[in-house]
Design a protein around this ligand. Structure first.
Ligand code: TRP
Length: 332
């Protein structure tokens, strides 16, 4: 809790290419969070360098990520949006938490195992201690809830264990956070293989629609979407492709499946795919325009980053100061 409000904390990777799955399943609803919680969204550039980055690209994607989240409706007046490396307390608390985290615990993290297999030429210590930096992100803000995908649940649980261990030795230091796993009842599937989740890292470019795809690209991708040999637009078992397209259409239009079935009665898949492409492109057009507008004004974006960092620092400083005092660091 901060100032009597429950805190929600999210870290977002600086990768510009978010998908309509990210948009419909999560980002579009972020603005609702700020009604219930004091919300922090942090672009985690320090986490990003646990795998090699091209510096110019990392810088560009940091700007883009911030611009895109704002374009998707995150109001910087109602949410604290900032960049991790602008608040030095993250790295400092991460060091301290390293001393309260066991080698065995970090070794058990499935993301570490996956990433070390994938980047076997660069299994650096940062990759190993990634979860303690993430714990520092969360604990600096006395966070109550952490909305994450299922893949990050293990990291949030480790964060809880670290917080509890620290609190046991130094009582009343950290709020112990709960993960909120976005079940997103509306899971958006790949257009090429509708039994698989739509993923921004899919190798097949036709499988994924990005928030920033232009209208022609969006329509082309939907035209090529895998369906089935039936011809009738209806939601049914075994029709994964059509079910997915109906879900997407429903998310963008707020129409129920029955309404959609009625709308496309007697019409073929071609018509339906075209309609899904149209509503998707039309819904994303204002987001894309706002993204372009925000990105074109670097000065304003930087001013925004600065305001966010100042606000975050205020809280981060308080928690780090408390921790340092409890540990016995001399204050001068
Ligand atoms: N590890 C998260 C991911 O890859 C990003 C992240 C960093 C994060 N710090 C966080 C998420 C704090 C939630 C809270 O998606």
């Amino acid at each position: 809790m901060l100032n009597d409000r429950l805190v929600s904390y999210s870290g977002v990777q600086p990768s510009g290419n978010l998908t309509i799955g990210n948009y419909l399943g999560a980002i579009r609803n972020f603005s609702l969070y700020s009604e219930k919680y004091k919300t922090f969204y942090c672009v985690v550039d320090e986490h990003a360098i646990t795998v090699r980055q091209n510096p110019a690209e990392l810088r560009r994607r940091t700007y883009e990520t911030l611009a895109l989240y704002m374009a998707c409706g995150l109001d910087p007046e109602k949410n604290t949006l900032y960049v991790q490396s602008h608040v030095h307390e993250h790295a400092e608390l991460a060091w301290i938490l390293n001393c309260f985290t066991m080698f065995g615990e970090l070794s058990r993290m499935t993301q570490f195992k996956d990433k070390s297999a994938k980047h076997s030429d660069n299994i650096n210590a940062g990759l190993f201690t990634y979860p303690t930096l993430m714990a520092a992100d969360i604990l600096l803000y006395q966070t109550d809830v952490v909305p994450v995908g299922i893949d990050q649940k293990q990291h949030v649980e480790l964060c809880r264990d670290i917080a509890e261990r620290f609190n046991q030795i130094h009582p009343n230091t950290f709020t112990v956070p709960e993960p909120i796993i976005s079940q997103s009842g509306k899971k958006i599937m790949s257009l090429a293989d509708p039994t698989k989740k739509m993923s921004k890292s899919d190798e097949n470019a036709n499988a994924v629609v990005y928030i920033l795809d232009d209208k022609d690209t969006i329509i082309r991708k939907f035209k090529r979407a895998v369906t089935d040999s039936d011809t009738c637009v209806r939601f049914a078992e075994g029709k994964d492709g059509i079910n997915n397209l109906m879900t997407i259409y429903s998310c963008f239009t707020d129409k129920s499946f029955e309404e959609i079935e009625r709308e496309f009665e007697g019409r073929g898949y071609g018509d339906f795919k075209m309609a899904v492409g149209e509503v998707c492109a039309d819904a994303l057009a204002p987001v894309q325009a706002e993204f372009a507008r925000r990105l074109s004004d670097k000065g304003e974006l930087e001013a925004q980053m600065k305001r966010g960092a100042e606000e975050a620092s205020y809280y981060a400083r308080r928690t780090l100061g408390k921790v340092q005092k409890k540990l016995g660091f001399v204050k001068i």
